[in-house]
Design a protein around this ligand. Structure first.
Ligand SMILES: N[C@@H](CCC(=O)N[C@@H](CS)C(=O)NCC(=O)O)C(=O)O
Ligand SMILES: N[C@@H](CCC(=O)N[C@@H](CS)C(=O)NCC(=O)O)C(=O)O
Ligand code: FES
Lengths: 104, 104
């Protein structure tokens, strides 16, 4: 579908992509983390897109198996949610993923 | 209002009350914390109450100044959200609040 092509394009063209919801604290945490790392993520707020929001969330589930937010991609690769991203950061692996993706 | 009286009654009659949303990870974290402490909180899932959900959330804001979930009360006293509850626990103060409230 056109929306699915849109998602794939977004993920491939931006080093860091976060599908988020504005009022969700887990989404806020992961957005803050990247900002502290000096990275400007491409953020899509699913609750601000009217009916497209749930449609995108379904597409992401089909593409990644994950139906929750936040949904994080680095260098086109699916990373996971807030927990997974924070875990990678604590292991020291996030910054190398970011430099590989040309983002820091 | 009758709904507001309901809220005050719920808070005064239950040692631990959590106003929550089922799909919210911060709400899940605070519910898990109390369960780990061997406490059975009285849980109100605001997203499962149809139009009453947002109405209750407004009442809670009027009563506590807090419009977010989770909204936690111990022994009738407003504690705060997930962050505040976890902070009290790390300071070792949560268990004493709970025993004062007759909950552990
Ligand atoms: N462990 C996951 C939890 C993800 C999760 O449960 N997200 C919630 C919001 S905090 C969710 O997407 N709920 C369903 C929804 O909002 O559509 C993470 O760290 O990201
Ligand atoms: N620091 C607060 C954050 C609370 C917060 O932002 N909650 C979000 C959900 S995670 C919220 O209620 N957003 C508005 C809404 O869902 O109505 C806490 O620890 O509880
Ligand atoms: S909605 Fe509360 S943490 Fe995501």
């Amino acid at each position: 579908s056109r929306l699915e092509e849109n998602v794939k394009k977004t993920i491939s063209e931006n080093p860091v992509v976060i599908y988020s919801k504005t009022w969700c604290s887990y989404s806020m945490e992961v957005k803050d983390l990247f900002k502290r790392l000096g990275v400007e993520p491409h953020i899509i707020e699913l609750d601000e897109l009217g009916p497209q929001g749930p449609q995108l969330q379904k597409i992401l589930e089909r593409l990644t198996g994950q139906h929750t937010v936040p949904n994080v991609f680095i260098g086109g690769r699916h990373i996971g949610g807030c927990t997974e991203t924070v875990r990678l950061h604590r292991k020291g692996e996030l910054t190398s993923l970011l430099s590989e993706a040309g983002s820091s």
